[in-house]
Write a protein that binds this ligand. Structure first.
Ligand SMILES: [Mg+2]
Length: 239
């Protein structure tokens, strides 16, 4: 039997990290009233993700890089992630982190926990004279719920032979699940998949994911999700 290629795409905030770091940063350093309103608008689709990041950054009147780094020291990753990464490495399954958060804190947190070898796509954050300046190198107007268009990365990093896996928890993962064969969902994303009747595996931690992928890997016959194959095909053709 030909070796099955799984491509693993995953969210960062609340998936690889224990908490939603982006949200935590603005809860701590932003104007409380403004932050509550912006997040409520975002979760109710009144504003796009990109707009929410611009507004959230504006809600911070002043912060230094040192203050941010000190805060990031307190952020933890999911304790089961390192063994999942090891499992993927052993089986040569590539992992891509697709985040609607910022490179600034993702790089720092991964470094703090000595995790390397991951390909990360995220929005960019610069700190200048106490101000937070966001930019969005992977923005695509077709993606409303994530300023980093996650589905474009899937198209760029998978071929028709691959089984694509997505692992996520939140609002920014809503568009991308359409493009993946196997979805692991919790929290917000789980509710969304239920509502939209999208097939998914619920998970609590990465041990659950490892176990399931290992089962899928050994199955005699494994089918891709029709809807996802179609979505990807349409996108490959546009490319
Ligand atoms: Mg998330």
């Amino acid at each position: 039997m030909k070796r099955r290629e799984f491509k693993i795409f995953m969210d960062f905030d609340g998936t690889l990290s224990q908490k939603d770091v982006g949200e935590q940063i603005f809860n701590k350093f932003g104007d409380e009233k403004q932050v509550i309103k912006i997040i409520d608008d975002l979760l109710n689709d009144r504003i796009s993700s990109k707009q929410s990041w611009i507004d959230l950054c504006n809600s911070v009147s002043s912060v230094t890089e040192e203050e941010l780094n000190e805060f990031l020291e307190t952020m933890q990753i999911e304790t089961t992630f390192p063994s999942f990464q090891k499992y993927c490495k052993e089986h040569k399954f590539e992992i891509y982190v697709l985040s609607d958060g910022f490179d600034f804190y993702i790089d720092r947190i991964l470094k703090n926990h000595k995790i390397d070898g991951l390909v990360v796509y995220a929005n960019h954050l610069k700190i200048m004279e106490g101000k937070l300046i966001p930019s969005f190198p992977y923005y695509d107007e077709s993606s409303y719920s994530s300023a980093n268009c996650k589905s474009n990365h899937i198209i760029n990093h998978s071929s028709e032979d691959d089984f694509t896996v997505f692992i996520g928890d939140g609002n920014s993962d809503k568009d991308v699940v359409e493009y993946c064969d196997f979805i692991f969902a919790k929290d917000h994303l789980l509710k969304y998949c239920e509502k939209e009747r999208i097939t998914f595996f619920p998970f609590k931690n990465f041990d659950d994911v490892t176990k399931k992928i290992d089962e899928l890997k050994e199955k005699k016959r494994l089918k891709k999700r029709n809807r996802a194959v179609l979505k990807r095909k349409q996108a490959y053709m546009v490319e």
